[in-house]
Design a protein around this ligand. Sequence first.
Ligand SMILES: [Zn+2]
Length: 153
Amino acid sequence: MKTCTKCGNQKLFSQFNKRKASVDGLQPICNLCSKTRLKLNYSKKMDSIDGHIEMILAKIKKRAKDNNLNFNLTVAYLKSIIVITCPILNVELTWCKKSGKPTNDSPSLDRFKPKLGYVEGNVGWMSFRANRLKNDSSVEEIEKLLNWMKSFA
Ligand SMILES: [Zn+2]
């Protein structure tokens, strides 16, 4: 058993996440407290546009690194190019929404030319749905897809 430093309850070792830096190899606070703290931090961040952009930027930075893409974006830059409605689908974007998963109207950062990476001048905001539809498609592919869909419309 181990006592959580946050809620003070005695809990099984299995109720604590691992942490290499600790003497006992476990987090000082229990999983339940840790989850609550994460949620609280998330909700606090989502109180402001800056916080929301910060969260998105952190994800993008990781994606850029994982995929070996160029990256030079900042919160200030992403804020300077902010839009209220999706330039493609014209739906209002929901900034600072406090629920977990992105929805169709969540803001999403598009790379105009995917290969150029996340660099200033090559990115713009659009809705999550528009970005998902675009994905990494080329103009030719979208044209072919469109023609296919039109043949059944
Ligand atoms: Zn606890």
